[in-house]
Design a protein around this ligand. Structure first.
Ligand code: HEM
Length: 534
């Protein structure tokens, strides 16, 4: 390139620079202001756009879910209330309503909680099977399902099965000698005998049993799962922990049908009460762990002398990296076991005693079976092998679990597409496995499903029945891990009571079911306990 040309280019560049410079200064100023504007814009516009997008996506997803759910049978819905206006309330009338839905729709029905959230109710073994056989998570999103339990039970085995302990849990609790349960049952009978052993049938002499049975089952789980020997039954009719559980469950049930409480719930009286009780329940659990840890530190050999209980398993649990459970994880597991391990069994035993009291013919037969089993023995304690020798009592218990399932409803939130009745439900759909409805489905159990009849469980009558027809402990991979233990506990305690007492209902006390997290009794259950004449 010639030097003349280079010179010309340099001149041209200089001229251009002169031309641009004033504007460049200006551009700098404009850039500063623009940057400020862009920053403000970024802080306001981007998050707003992002969240608007998320909300729109969320509602679009719900709409898609709803469109599929709408293909299943169900009553017509109101555009705003959905089917909420048809919901009869939370008491026994709700159970009758489910029975009517079951008679009408047989297998499955959908229901809208307001304008955006539908739920699918499985009423029949054929639909339950599809859901229960998968490991679909428990419904913990939004306000549905178990989310209201989270402040209490957090993300423990019951809700999401996050702990590695589950597969090891059966052994220690199932291998328990029934004498530990028997001792609690004996304490239960002894403590109340003075009050109960009366031939009177005056209404003032009938006894409310639900509360005392709760204390007995709390005693059992404390003893068997935590080797906690203090007799919680000795502390009177009420134990603060059992009471807290009842109150928390009650507040949760009330909250389910509140539409507008979500953000301010903990500012309300109920919310504050709920939080306080959660805190108390957590303290009880932490205390159990702390006491055991201390005992083990002081006497490391103490573990070798006894069987490994649930708390030992938690303290010993290690993942592949050798990491143990954190204090919080342990507390979550203990909370679950304390709640699941006593409240459900209390419900099962109380309702079974009530049903036997209502049906003296079945009661007499079950009592005779227990009596002939222990006849001639020095001790009335039942041993392991005895528990398989009570076929009639077992049928009575099963029929009671069918009639009044201790856990009436359970929920799932689908995490994958699933076909039910020719409809493909999408991930995110809420599904209710309605144990109550399955057990009272006339298409499964016949028109007399409200009739108590232990003979239903005769092998010849159960032949051909779908195994998902009777699911008090749920079924499939998320079934109850305390099922065997619970059945043994029920047999030991009920057998002990039948040996000592003849049970009669109090005709002046109306007993009605109160379906919450577990099936309670609205005003308790009052019975007469007369000494059994052998
Ligand atoms: C008659 C007594 C009982 C009944 C009717 C019962 C019923 C149930 C039901 C229906 C479920 C499934 C819940 C769901 O899917 O949302 C369940 C789960 C569970 N139960 Fe029980 N239960 C009883 C006793 C017990 C006992 C005594 C324990 C502990 C010793 C226990 C521990 C558990 C646990 C930890 C789970 C969660 C399992 C999981 O999700 O992986 N249950 N129970």
């Amino acid at each position: 390139m010639s030097s003349v040309l280079v010179k010309r280019i340099e001149v041209l560049i200089d001229q251009l620079r002169d031309l641009i410079e004033p504007y460049a200064e200006q551009a700098k100023e404009i850039d500063g202001k623009t940057a400020a504007k862009i920053t403000v814009g970024a802080l306001v516009v981007i998050p707003t756009t992002y969240y608007t997008y998320q909300v729109v996506q969320f509602f679009r997803r719900l709409r898609k879910i709803g469109r599929e759910v709408d293909k299943l049978p169900g009553d017509p819905k109101h555009w705003l209330w959905g089917n909420l206006h048809q919901h009869p309330g939370l008491g026994e009338e709700q159970l009758d309503w489910f029975v009517d839905l079951t008679a009408k729709y047989k297998t499955v029905v959908h229901f809208w909680f307001g304008p955006v959230r539908p739920i699918v109710l499985c009423l029949h073994p054929s639909s339950v099977k599809i859901i229960a056989q998968t490991a679909a998570p428990k419904a913990t999103s939004g306000k549905g399902g178990y989310s209201l339990l989270l402040p209490w039970l957090d993300c423990n085995a019951f809700l999401v099965r996050c702990s590695a302990t589950k597969c090891h849990l059966h052994s220690p609790i199932d291998d328990q000698n029934p004498s530990a349960v028997g001792a609690c049952a004996k304490g239960f009978v002894r403590r109340r005998r003075s009050k109960w052993s009366t031939a009177s049938t005056k209404s003032e002499d009938s006894v409310e049993i639900y509360q005392s049975v709760s204390l007995c089952t709390l005693n059992v789980i404390m003893r068997c799962a935590f080797s906690f020997d203090d007799d919680v039954q000795s502390q009177g009719e009420y134990h603060p922990y059992a009471n807290a559980v009842i109150n928390m469950a009650n507040l949760i049930t009330k909250r389910i049908l509140l539409v507008f409480d979500y953000t301010i719930y903990y500012a309300t009286k109920n919310g504050r009460e709920f939080r306080g009780m959660c805190k108390y329940a957590h303290e009880v659990a932490y205390d159990l762990i702390k006491t055991r840890r201390k005992a083990l530190e002081e006497n490391p050999n103490s573990r070798k002398k006894r069987y490994l209980d649930f708390l030992d398993i938690l303290l010993l649990a290690r993942d592949e990296a050798g990491q143990g459970l954190s204090e919080l994880e342990m507390r979550q597991e203990v909370d679950t076991f304390l709640f699941e391990g006593h409240d459900t069994t209390a419900s099962a035993i109380s309702w079974c005693l009530y049903t036997l009291a209502k049906h003296p013919e079945f009661q007499t037969r079950a009592a005779a079976e227990v009596q002939s089993l222990v006849a001639g023995r020095d001790s009335e304690h039942l041993v392991w092998d005895d528990l398989n020798e009570l076929p009639y009592l077992t049928k009575c218990i099963k029929e009671s679990l069918r009639m009044t399932p201790p856990v009436p409803f359970i929920g799932r939130e689908l995490d994958a597409k699933m076909d039910i009745e020719g409809v493909t439900l999408l991930p995110g759909t809420f599904v209710d496995i309605n144990i109550w409805a399955v057990h009272h489905n006339e298409h499964v159990w016949g028109k007399d499903h409200m009739q108590y009849n232990p003979e239903r469980f005769n092998p010849e009558n159960m032949k051909g029945m779908d195994s998902f027809s009777f699911i008090p402990f749920s079924a499939g991979p998320r079934n109850c891990i305390g099922q065997n233990f619970a059945m043994h506990e029920l047999k030991v305690i009920i057998a002990r009571i039948l040996l000592k007492f003849e049970l009669c209902v109090d005709p002046d006390h109306k007993v009605s079911m109160k379906p919450e997290l577990v099936m309670r009794a609205e005003n308790g259950i009052k019975l007469f306990f007369k000494p059994r004449v052998l």
